[in-house]
Write a protein that binds this ligand. Structure first.
Ligand SMILES: [Zn+2]
Ligand SMILES: [Zn+2]
Length: 151
């Protein structure tokens, strides 16, 4: 196992079996509403590496303005949102970074949707940042690309 995580009340717990692919910060307005804060910190992982620990998450389907739909998993007791994936699923999914028990080695690697960011958020110079989304081929480490895309 690479990492564990879960919700605030402990009813929903998960395991991540291998290293994540990438961690980015999304400043889009939907993420601001989702988090109730200024952004979401999203860790992208392989769907095959993510397992719930003998528990059933609360599931709902959300539609984004882009037209994309996502299945979002959370806890119906404490209301935490934990993770989500595209509908229909792809090989990768998102885990909300703050739900990992230990985030000490999950530093963000890029900022996205900066055109919708809150004015007081300052993007550091040392990370790639994008007004909207990015092309993973140009941003992710090759080792992560090789796990998702057949090259
Ligand atoms: Zn909970
Ligand atoms: Zn977003």
């Amino acid at each position: 196992m690479y990492k564990s995580g879960g919700c605030n009340c402990g009813s929903v717990r998960y395991k991540l079996l291998a290293e994540p692919l990438f961690t980015h910060i999304c400043h889009c307005k939907e993420c601001q509403r989702d988090s109730g804060g200024a952004f979401n910190v999203s860790t992208l992982v392989l769907v095959d590496d993510f397992k719930f620990d003998n528990c059933t998450p609360d599931t709902h389907i959300v539609s984004r303005p882009s037209g994309n739909e996502y299945e979002v998993w959370g806890c119906d007791k404490c209301g935490c949102t934990l993770a989500g994936l595209s509908v229909p699923p792809t090989k990768q999914m998102v885990v909300l970074q703050g739900t990992f028990d230990d985030t000490s080695d999950l530093d963000p690697q890029a900022h996205i949707w900066t055109k919708e960011k809150q004015n007081w958020v300052k993007i550091p110079d040392n990370l790639p940042s994008f007004e909207e989304y990015y092309d993973p081929v140009q941003v992710w480490p090759k080792s992560s690309l090789n796990r998702v895309y057949d090259t």
